[in-house]
Design a protein around this ligand. Structure first.
Ligand code: 5GP
Length: 208
């Protein structure tokens, strides 16, 4: 069986990354796929639950997991909070042929590229900075000072777009979702992927 593909999705907050990932999981059944659940030390927002959106842990617990070498990557992202991707679940799911998506920032992406060179990374851009701010205010999740902090961080995050393999501008949601699906489809058509997926056929065709 072919391994699943590992994908990184990064974007400034408000660019629509979480909605795109949710829609992809709900609407695209072409291949099995899942999102990795990160650990974080930030507090849950209303509607978020442990083990679904994140594993919410204390700083001491997070630091103990770092010492146990559980993380494939981790970084300090917002407000001095740790965010990290743990390794075991990812390996198990890839081995079962499931595509795994990592919703992580550019710092985590850099660490993963070092460790997993085959990873494919996708950057989601907003159509403009005013639209990004409008979306952040519109989702009503953050206080004013957090929105100001997220806008300041957005430019820094965007400055890393050229480290990624693919770039999607999320102006029209349906079009951006289609772009994401096209990337997945393309990645399943690469020679490397097909050599495993169609190993039997290739052997027959080549009389091996
Ligand atoms: P939020 O607090 O809005 O859930 O996430 C803030 C940022 O942290 C997002 O850009 C998200 O991609 C990033 N993030 C979430 N989980 C991880 C992780 O495990 N590692 C890293 N490096 N960043 C993460």
């Amino acid at each position: 069986m072919s391994q699943g593909n590992l994908y990184i999705l990064s974007a400034p907050s408000g660019a629509g990354k979480s909605s795109l990932i949710s829609a992809l999981l709900e609407r695209d059944s072409s291949t099995p796929k899942m999102v990795s659940i990160s650990h974080t030390t930030r507090a849950p927002r209303p509607g978020e639950s442990h083990g679904v959106h994140y594993y919410f842990v204390s700083k001491a617990e997070f630091e103990s997991l770092i010492e146990q070498d559980l993380f494939l990557e981790y970084a300090t992202v917002f407000g001095g909070n740790y965010y990290g991707t743990s390794l075991p679940a990812i390996e198990q799911n890839l081995a079962k042929g499931i595509d795994v998506f990592l919703d992580i920032d550019w710092q985590g992406a850099q660490q993963i590229r070092e460790k997993v060179p085959s990873v494919k990374s996708i950057f989601i851009l907003p159509p403009s900075l005013p639209e990004l701010e409008r979306r952040l205010i519109g989702r009503g999740q953050d206080k004013d000072y957090v929105i100001a902090e997220r806008m300041a961080k957005a430019k820094n995050e965007i400055s890393h777009y050229d480290e990624y393999d693919y770039v999607i501008v999320n102006d029209n949601f349906e079009q951006a979702l289609g772009d994401l699906q096209s990337i997945l489809r393309t990645e399943r058509l690469t020679k490397t992927y097909q050599q495993t997926a169609n190993a039997v056929l290739l052997n027959q065709l080549l009389d091996k």
